[in-house]
Design a protein around this ligand. Sequence first.
Ligand code: CTP
Ligand code: MG
Length: 385
Amino acid sequence: MSDQPRLAVIVVAAGSGTRLGHSEPKAFVELRGVTILERCLDNVFDSSTPVQVVVVAPVAKLASARSIATRSAGPAAASVSVVAGGDTRQASVSAGLAALADSVETVLVHDAARALTPASLLDRVVRQVESTGSGVIPALPVTDTVKRIREGVVAETVDRSDLVHVQTPQGFPRAALDGAYAVATAEHTDDAALFSAAGGEVVTVEGDARAFKITTPWDLRRAENVLGVSRGIRTGIGLDVHAYDEESPMWFGGLYWPDEPGLAGHSDGDAALHAVCDALLSAAGLGDLGTRFGSADERFRDARSDVFVRETLALVTGAGFTVINVALQITANRPRIGARRGELERRLGELVGAPVSVSATTADGLGMTGRGEGVACIATALLSS
Ligand code: CTP
Ligand code: MG
């Protein structure tokens, strides 16, 4: 232990998550691409105090927990240990307590399943333990009406004015919690109950709505919603170039352009739509047009490229993405885009189902497009998941 921490956080992550019903133990289930355990630890490491972190994991997941904890700790990796949990939460906490450094004076016990608990709540609990010397639990008022039921019949309405919901992290003076665990015989539903049973005093601090426990699939959904779309934003890029072909009709950007040379290609050569498709596939991590709709595929011989956009969108939305917008940059001497830009943006917007902005330039006489040999299109796409 590098700097003799006075504070430790035991993160219990050894449960199986029966009520979540996932094939992985709950702490190893992903929440918008990052495991519940890693999200929880990221918040723990947001706290500014030097702290020992003990992760209590299922035996079968020790290696995975170790790599998650090391990644989340970053430069503080030396202060993290991972130990195997027990059959009950209480046994898991006990295993965590056994791994504490001698220097630790205050200990927080925290459920990994409360993945979105902000560091400010940990800090609030620590301050209160240090100032009172008591056990400290975060609590929120009960807002629903509460009934007592006897044999399926409502017996009475309970006065809820002195009832609270209790969360973690729960904080304790280390020596007193060690003592309480040493004499515990019964199973308790939380550490505060075990601490009280051993004669310790427990007080509350204000809880935090974000510290809710992920227990059921609905809780997981709620956590995803709380995180919002911002973690699921992806950008992609696509480029396509086609030579002019005087013999073909000109289809470009999904529009017909009379009196213009067409474009060469296995399909209609619509470089604008192809660039848009590649940008969408790139953002979704689904490869590109060539790999998805190979030129050997007879279905696409002389096909209008609208079909590629529709197939691409089906792949992208099938992978769980929504298109936010697409931007298309055309470099070409012909067709002249200016007069039909609005029409082009509307047509592309219909095809993609999201706003598409189009800009165009000539290449100042330089290169393939400048010499009038063909068109080049670059597109970017933004997706959310
Ligand atoms: N926990 C633990 N060891 C156990 C049981 C639970 O470390 N033997 C941890 C869980 O990993 C979780 C926290 O205690 O972070 C709260 O428990 P709970 O929400 O009940 O999680 P699970 O026991 O995994 O879920 P379930 O009861 O639905 O099986
Ligand atoms: Mg449980």
